[in-house]
Design a protein. Structure first.
Length: 528
């Protein structure tokens, strides 16, 4: 602890990060008295003026986030970026799983649950926002629209942030932003909620690819597939379950606002869990902290490679973009699958609580139904991880798409039949969509050569958010069709995605990713 803390203190301004977190927390707490004042009105705050405490709190939050970001930023940034560009982390091949691997997986599952819980809460707050602010559905659609635009923005931005700050620091910065954006639950106007939700989306959108990158660098290659799927699946199901359980248990008492205020304890929990997240060895090596990098690599069995300066011909070939029908077909198949997942998760499932309430279900019953469906999906995550690694990666993705199509068929039946039970359709939809998002990014990372792997995987991740952006844009323009028509509009491209994956998808189980581009092996050992 002392050695690592002193070294970290020499490279980062830890005191600034701690002070920033405290400032953000105090800023959020200054909003709670006004929230509590509305308890006799069902915690309605619409139209209430913002007092001096809230204004001071917002200043503390903005300043605290800025101070935390400055504290996490390494000194001599330009030198660090130049050095890190020459380094590549190579995951261990056949190293056994150790306690360090299992602990990292557990920590990242909790981190992803906290991350996924933010956008998953959107569907549960919208009915309450419509009722409290007295605005139509099209106007409230601005909240999920800007939140999802924030996730797309964060997906691209956080890659650069992770290179500058390091994997661990970028996760901590996301957590601090989660804490700050919890004041959405105390905002008296819809406009403030829109702005804060954009910031929340930016923080949430960037954490997923960073956690996948960190896990891929640390896990042995023969355990890579199932571990990525398991962590991603548990995070997705757990995040949706956490949001739905908060909605079912606490929303009837504290109104929809409690779903945003929950960002305060969950964000602080993630900050405290940072002690269990290892710093990126690439970051440590670039900063000249070789001994720390050696300890972390020894603990996880991975290593560092440095790009060889003399391999000009192969290096130029590795830098060239890959083209061709096979690559374009794979990218189109996975991009369409990701888009359809966005339509389901941030379109259909987001508005399903509103639809159920309109069909006579109470908000409490609707929330409990979705919570129960999410809990049903939880044990299937372990099955998904097992079949992905033990059966077939390609067929597992196809199976998840097929289950989603069955769920869409069930929702169509729900829309057309009177008195139909929504339990099975919703459960199938949640199981299938969570299976897709758990596998799509690991499968994309295993399907493309090293030279375009980062760009291709990042593009697929962005497509998963773009599907939601397009769905919410339709809602804002007031051209949302009926439940039956919208379900059909999603089912058709989902079926096309199934056919494209069947045609262009490749089996990656048991393959060595280096076989995708053997000429790209232009590395020499970095002296570890």
């Amino acid at each position: 602890m002392t050695v690592q803390a002193s070294a970290a203190g020499g490279e980062r301004r830890i005191w600034a990060f701690v002070v920033g977190v405290i400032a953000v927390t105090i800023g959020v707490l200054l909003h709670l008295p006004m929230f509590w004042m509305g308890r006799d009105m069902g915690f309605r705050m619409a139209g209430m003026p913002m007092d001096n405490g809230m204004m001071a709190g917002m200043g503390l939050i903005v300043g605290g986030i800025g101070l935390s970001a400055w504290g996490l930023l390494p000194r001599n940034l330009a030198q660090h970026m130049a050095a890190s560009g020459e380094l590549v982390v190579s995951a261990p091949e056949d190293a056994p799983l150790s306690w360090a691997h299992w602990r990292l997986m557990a920590v990242l599952v909790v981190a992803l649950i906290i991350d996924v819980m933010k956008p998953a809460a959107l569907g549960f707050v919208i009915p309450g926002m419509i009722a409290e602010y007295g605005v139509p559905r099209e106007t409230v659609s601005l909240v999920p629209f800007f939140a999802l635009v924030g996730t797309v923005f964060g997906s691209f931005l956080w890659g650069a942030v992770a290179d500058a700050y390091g994997r661990k620091a970028s996760i901590l910065l996301s957590a601090v932003m989660f804490v700050g954006t919890s004041i959405c639950g105390a905002m008296p106007s819809l406009a403030w909620n829109v702005g804060m939700c954009f910031l929340m989306g930016a923080a949430a959108g960037g954490m997923l690819p960073v956690t996948y990158a960190l896990l891929a660098e640390m896990m042995p290659s023969r355990h890579r597939g199932w571990s990525l799927v398991l962590v991603g699946g548990l995070g997705a199901v757990g995040g949706y379950a956490a949001a739905s359980l908060i909605a079912a248990w606490l929303e009837p008492v504290f109104s929809w606002r409690i779903l945003w205020l929950a960002n305060l304890p969950s964000g602080l929990l993630l900050v405290m869990m940072g002690v269990f997240i290892p710093e990126s060895a690439k970051f440590l090596m670039a900063r000249g902290r070789r001994e720390e990098a050696q300890r972390i690599m020894a603990r996880f069995g991975s290593g560092i490679r440095r790009v060889a300066h003399g391999a000009s011909g192969a290096a130029r070939a590795a830098a060239a973009p890959l083209t061709g029908r096979a690559v374009a077909g794979k990218l189109a198949a996975l991009s369409l699958t990701a888009l359809c997942w966005g339509f389901v998760n941030f379109g259909l499932l987001l508005w399903l609580p509103v639809e159920l309430v309109a069909r006579g279900y109470s908000m409490e019953v609707s929330s409990r139904l979705l919570a129960a469906s999410a809990l049903i999906a939880l044990p299937t995550v372990f099955l998904v991880a097992w079949i992905y690694s033990a059966w077939s990666t390609k067929k597992s993705v196809l199976a998840a798409i097929a289950v989603t199509l069955l769920g869409l068929g069930g929702v169509l039946w729900l829309a057309l039949a009177r008195g139909a039970s929504p339990v099975l359709p919703v459960a199938l939809l949640i199981v299938g969509s969570n299976g897709i998002i758990a596998m799509i990014l690991p499968y994309a990372a295993e399907s493309f050569a090293l030279r375009i792997r980062g760009r291709a995987t990042g593009w697929v991740a962005a497509c998963s958010k773009l599907g939601g952006v397009l769905a919410q844009a339709l809602a804002i323009l007031a051209i949302v069709p009926t439940l039956a028509v919208s379900t059909l509009m999603i089912a058709v491209p989902t079926a096309l995605a199934f056919l494209l994956v069947a045609r262009f998808g490749r089996e990656t189980r048991g393959t060595d990713l280096r076989d995708l581009d053997p000429e790209g092996h232009v590395f020499d050992k970095a002296g570890l």
